[in-house]
Design a binder for this molecule. Structure first.
Ligand code: HEM
Length: 297
């Protein structure tokens, strides 16, 4: 549900879940991803946490980098171009993911295998490992959790910094690769879980590949923006530091298009939109082939 939560001095957050509204407002140059520690208390806390957690060596991960950050747009375009011809995981990885979709492999292979397929794009031979997958889970949870015990535990043990190091080491500290293998990967994994569910549905296996990919291309639950200057909006007057949350996955349920899921019409469009949809398609097709050495379930 769209709306604004505002308690002066404490919190000022606007939530949006209308695809057209998100598409239009995301182009407003006053709405950016600078995440400066300004505005009410809760806003400062959230912005500071994003800056602290989602970075490598002081460089923000690309999906939380300011629009005008030097090189951001160039690297985004370069990656999109490179992924156009990139392999969709290794044949072994696709077979493992397809076996997972058919229900022949347990949940434990999913995260590490999908992560390795994405890691392969940045570091050939990227090994699937439970430690790297757990690191991705920690890095993804850290900017979202409000569980005080969990936050205290992370602070005492330095688990978030360790997770970042675990993810950065195999990709030579490349922030884009850390984003891909530590944060974006969770969307792909959610999509593959949905695919396994479809496979089990009474008529699921007969659905068209296009329909399956559409259902499995899930958006990040939320992406965040911060107002950099004053504005007058339908939600009232806005002060710098006000946060706006795009509830992309809710928006996807209203309009399941690449424009919603990957924000393809925005300056912040996901450079992996085509690669991700192609991988989902390849895994679905692979699931329909008979696995070597065994009958199809
Ligand atoms: C189902 C899978 C994925 C979905 C739904 C998805 C969606 C998105 C969305 C919505 C954004 C914009 C975030 C924002 O503006 O705040 C984004 C940005 C980005 N994504 Fe993805 N993504 C996925 C997978 C991937 C993968 C596998 C990679 C890398 C191989 C990737 C790389 C990036 C990068 C580098 C950006 C930042 C672009 C920029 O603003 O410069 N994504 N993604």
């Amino acid at each position: 549900m769209s709306g604004r939560v505002r308690i002066p001095g404490l919190i000022d957050v606007i939530r949006l879940d209308e695809p057209d509204v998100i598409r239009a407002i995301s182009e407003d140059p006053r709405l950016d991803r600078r995440f400066e520690k300004i505005g009410p208390l809760f806003n400062r806390f959230l912005a500071g946490r994003i800056r602290k957690v989602l970075q490598v060596g002081g460089h923000p991960l690309p999906a939380v980098a300011p629009r005008g950050q030097p090189d951001r747009a160039r690297l985004q375009a370069q990656l999109e171009q490179r992924l156009a011809g990139a392999q969709l995981g290794t044949p072994q990885q696709r077979q493992t993911l397809a076996a997972y979709v058919r229900g022949e492999q347990s949940e434990s292979v999913l995260g590490p295998t999908a992560q390795a397929a994405v890691g392969e794009l940045f570091s050939p031979g990227y090994a699937a490992s439970a430690a790297r997958w757990n690191a991705a889970r920690t890095l993804d949870a850290a900017p979202r959790s409000f569980n005080p015990l969990q936050m205290l535990w992370w602070a005492l043990t330095g688990a978030v910094g360790r997770a970042r190091k675990t993810l950065a080491a195999p990709v030579s500290n490349d922030p884009t690769a850390v984003h891909a293998t530590g944060v974006a990967i969770h969307n792909l994994v959610r999509g593959l879980k949905i695919m396994r569910g479809i496979w089990k549905e009474p008529y699921g296996q007969g659905l068209s590949t296009e329909a399956v990919v559409c259902r499995c291309a899930v958006a990040p639950a939320t992406v965040m923006r911060q107002w950099a200057s004053k504005a007058s909006t339908v939600h009232g007057e806005i002060e710098p530091g006000t946060l706006t949350i795009f509830q992309l996955d809710d928006a996807r349920h209203r309009c399941p298009s690449h424009s919603t899921v990957f924000m393809t019409e925005s300056w912040s469009r996901c450079p992996a939109h085509h690669w991700t949809a192609s991988l989902l398609e390849a895994v679905w097709r692979e699931a329909h082939t008979k696995p070597a050495g065994g009958p199809r379930s």
